[in-house]
Ligand binder design. Structure first.
Ligand code: PLP
Length: 427
């Protein structure tokens, strides 16, 4: 940005010209600057209405809600899958909502391992969100395979990013059967090239799966077009579906008919599910990966939250997200520069960036605490990252400006120094 743009009036001007500024009114963001939507998105009026309506239906219909609610609860997982399909660029039958992300990793990794020769290795990276590795290791153990031998971990050159070329070389160097990578790294915010990695995997006869937890709802995807084999994601980050909301998964139609590793009656062919046959006949599509009864109260807010996302469209969401994160990167460079020892750990190329920005500082943990106490809700990721997520549906340019200014004031006054850096808890 020009030096002259680095003031609050310019930020206000950007807000006035923002075609998505009206969306913020649909959210109940507390009276603070909420930059933690990549951990837990806030409540929207739409999500709350859908949840309230569902509670009313439970009260009024009882068991009949499975068939008579609007929409009926029985096919709620499939219905939400249909609504999510455009967000991930998939055919409707390839997407369903079910379970949690971790459970979906268990069932899909287990299923695809079973379909291979049984001794396949899985390629991941050292900057992954830990639950992904926990689940994959457990799936190896259940098949009598040593996880240390079968989990191949690509290392990072700089502790922030993963070089895609290195991923490809690792597929050449090891007998890999499945590539499983995040779309966006949870700490640095690097966006990996799903199309490129999938093509490279397929050229080597490797299956390609992705964890979209940090991109769904803020980055468009084309899973079917890019021939991705499978994917998982959660709904409580950029989809704003609420704490512990139901997760989602995608399986390419080419793999329909596999036997789910974690089977349950909710994944049964719907038409005959209530015949209660002891023989499991999985649904013909991705619905087969549902396990138990859908938690309707954790799914209803997603049905509401999707209204706004559909109305705005994922391309407009991505456009504003990149404008906001570019603005934030420029402000960190200009206002929190060398004298404050802050630096941007997220790739500067917008095509390699998800929705959040990692700002690094040796005192990151205390700064995150001081900011949050000061009404700028952020989170800390060890060892030295403050994550700032200007989620586009409810964050404005002036919010970003104010957050950076408060950060400056904190460092200027030393306000962070009174916080204990060894706190533990949920952030
Ligand atoms: C948030 C997140 C998860 C969360 O998994 P849950 O089962 O919902 O707890 C998993 N993987 C990644 C990459 C995440 O960012």
């Amino acid at each position: 940005m020009d030096e002259s743009d680095a003031d609050r009036a310019s930020a206000e001007r950007l807000d006035r010209d923002d075609p998505l500024a009206w969306c913020a009114e649909r959210f109940a963001v507390p009276d603070e600057i909420y930059l933690d939507g990549n951990s837990l998105g806030p409540l929207s009026a739409d999500a709350e209405r859908a949840l309230d309506d569902t509670v009313d239906e439970w009260r009024e219909l009882g068991i009949r809600g499975w068939t008579d609610a609007d929409p009926p609860w029985f096919r709620y997982g499939e219905r939400l899958g249909d609504r999510l399909a455009p967000l991930v660029g998939a055919r409707e039958s390839e997407v369903v909502v079910a379970n949690s992300t971790t459970v979906n990793i268990h069932t899909l990794i287990g299923t695809f391992l079973d379909g291979l020769d049984g001794s396949s290795k899985i390629l991941v990276n050292e900057l992954d969100f830990p639950t992904d590795h926990y689940a994959i290791r457990a799936q190896f153990r259940q098949r009598g395979l040593d996880p240390d031998e079968h989990l191949v971990v690509v290392e990072s050159d700089d502790g922030r990013t993963i070089d895609e070329e290195r991923v490809v070389r690792a597929m050449d160097d090891h007998d890999v059967g499945i590539l499983f990578m995040p779309s966006v790294l949870y700490r640095s915010g690097q966006l990996l090239d799903i199309e490129y990695l999938t093509r490279a995997a397929h050229e080597r006869d490797v299956l390609a799966g992705f964890d979209l937890a940090h991109s769904i709802g803020v980055v468009p995807h084309e899973l079917s077009n890019h021939d991705v084999d499978f994917a998982v994601w959660c709904s409580y980050k950029y989809l704003n579906a609420g704490p512990g909301a139901i997760a989602g998964l995608y399986v390419n139609e080419e793999h329909f008919g596999a036997t789910p590793a974690l089977a349950g009656w909710w994944g049964h062919e719907k038409e005959t599910q209530f015949e209660m046959n002891p023989q499991f006949t999985p649904a013909a599509d991705t619905g087969a990966y549902q396990i138990g009864t859908i938690p309707i109260l954790s799914a209803a807010p997603l049905d509401g939250a999707l209204d706004l996302i559909e109305e705005v469209g994922i391309d407009a969401i991505r456009e504003k997200s990149l404008a906001l994160s570019s603005y934030l990167v420029a402000l960190v460079d200009e206002r929190l520069d060398d004298s404050f020892e802050c630096s941007v750990g997220t790739p500067r190329d917008p095509n390699r960036r998800g929705g959040h920005v990692a700002t690094e500082h040796p005192e990151a943990e205390r700064i995150a605490q001081a900011l949050t106490e000061d009404g700028v809700v952020v989170d800390f990721r060890p060892p030295n990252v403050v994550r700032l997520c200007p989620s586009p549906l409810y964050t404005g340019y002036a919010d970003v400006w104010d957050a950076v200014e408060r950060w400056r004031e904190i460092l200027d006054s030393g306000a962070h120094e009174r916080f204990d850096a060894d706190r533990s808890g949920v952030t």
